[in-house]
Design a protein around this ligand. Structure first.
Ligand SMILES: Cc1cc2nc3c(=O)[nH]c(=O)nc-3n(C[C@H](O)[C@H](O)[C@H](O)COP(=O)(O)OP(=O)(O)OC[C@H]3O[C@@H](n4cnc5c(N)ncnc54)[C@H](O)[C@@H]3O)c2cc1C
Length: 348
């Protein structure tokens, strides 16, 4: 187990932002992960679990405790069951599963970060989310001080949310198991209009598995959603705001405000009579177009939903931009945007 004191965290995040960790521990085995968590908990030391740092906004003051970097490895296929160690690089694991001819996570290609973080916010894109294929999550339960196996239902997945996100102090994910599908070289049914259009198929048709993986990588790269150190549009935490899910009354009020501006908002049915609309649409129509901002933190020039560090930003610069956008959308449309990345030592 590697241990460093006063260790810079910015280089370990895709935003390249945040002050140092009082102590940074890197664990390469499940036993090391559990031992490090136990030691921090016993000492009453604050703990931050770090994967690929692609969904974190760390304050400029850094983290006054132990940051545990998960660097475990393990990719095991047994028929259509895939087990990944938490530290595996997600995008590489997706490519390997596709290479093995298995469908179920091909539309989640190119998403940065670790396998262990995917259940935390129920990672999703292009009509797939990990909740559709995760069968079990093996985690260290800090409250019970034991390693537990949670079923899919026990993970309580919903849109960009889970039991792990709801109770962040409790579980450290060690392994994730997926039930994939051998569809004879085909993908799972296409659920996303942009992908269907790309392939010239109707929704729910299947397409070639490898082509699906390649197409998503291409679509993502065009939006700056695949990491590229030379491209500041990818110095982000991905989508900064989740798509708002509105109750019937809130939705009616929103429609009225949109109608005043002679705008028709995107609307997608969500569970329990709710309606999901598009955060990117709201941001753009509230006056924050691609590339908005004149400081060291701006919107991506390729995607209105990504807040980016142009190289010299601080976390406070990024948060100032995020607050300006959140407030502008509230004023224009009465909708409160909620941040998707996890805030460490700061809030919007
Ligand atoms: C360019 C870009 C594009 C993106 N596109 C998408 C997208 O299409 N869809 C999407 O859903 N997300 C997307 N994201 C967000 C991000 O990639 C995912 O949320 C990813 O799963 C985060 O993984 P990570 O290992 O980097 O987590 P980190 O950023 O290191 O951590 C995120 C949170 O998870 C916790 N965590 C990490 N590992 C564990 C573990 N083993 N056990 C318990 N808790 C843990 C951390 O404590 C923290 O609270 C994108 C990000 C970027 C930068």
């Amino acid at each position: 187990m590697l241990e460093e004191l006063d260790a810079p965290l910015a280089p370990l995040t895709t935003l390249r932002l945040g002050g140092p960790a009082r102590r940074l521990v890197t664990a390469h085995t499940d036993d090391e992960v559990v031992a490090a968590v136990r030691a921090a908990d016993t000492a009453g030391e604050p703990l931050l679990v770090l994967g690929g740092g692609s969904n974190l906004v760390i304050g400029d003051a850094g983290f006054p405790g132990t940051v545990l970097r998960i660097a475990t490895t393990g990719f095991a296929l047994d028929g259509t069951v895939l087990e990944l160690a938490a530290g595996e690089v997600w995008a590489d694991a997706v490519a390997r599963a596709v290479g093995a001819g298995l469908a179920g996570i091909e539309f989640l290609a190119g998403i940065p970060g670790s396998a262990g973080a995917t259940p935390v916010q129920n990672v999703g894109a292009y009509g797939q989310e990990v909740a559709q294929t995760i069968t079990e999550v093996v985690a260290y339960d800090r409250r019970a001080d034991e390693v537990v196996t949670l079923s899919n239902a026990e993970c309580a997945f919903s849109y960009r949310h889970s039991r792990f996100k709801a109770d962040p102090e409790r579980y450290v994910v060690l392994r994730v198991r997926f039930g994939l599908e051998d569809a004879a070289g085909l993908s799972t049914p296409v659920r996303y209009a942009e992908v269907a259009k790309h392939f010239g198929v109707v929704q729910d048709e299947r397409v070639d598995l490898r082509a699906a993986h390649g197409a998503v990588l291409g679509l993502r790269a065009g939006k700056g959603m695949v990491l590229d150190p030379a491209d500041h549009d990818t110095w982000s935490a991905g989508s900064f705001f989740t798509n708002p899910v509105l109750g019937p009354e809130q939705y009616a009020a929103f429609l009225a405000l949109a109608a005043e501006r002679e705008l028709t908002a995107p609307a997608y049915p969500a569970p329990d009579g709710h309606t999901k609309t598009s955060a990117a649409w709201l941001i753009d129509r509230a006056g924050f177009g691609r590339g908005y901002g004149s400081g060291p933190a701006t919107l991506s020039t390729k995607h209105t939903l990504a807040l980016t560090n142009r190289g010299a930003a601080t976390t406070e610069d990024l948060l100032a931009l995020a607050r300006e956008i959140r407030d502008g959308v509230r004023t224009a449309f009465g909708v409160e945007l909620v941040n998707e990345p996890v805030m460490v030592g700061v809030s919007l």
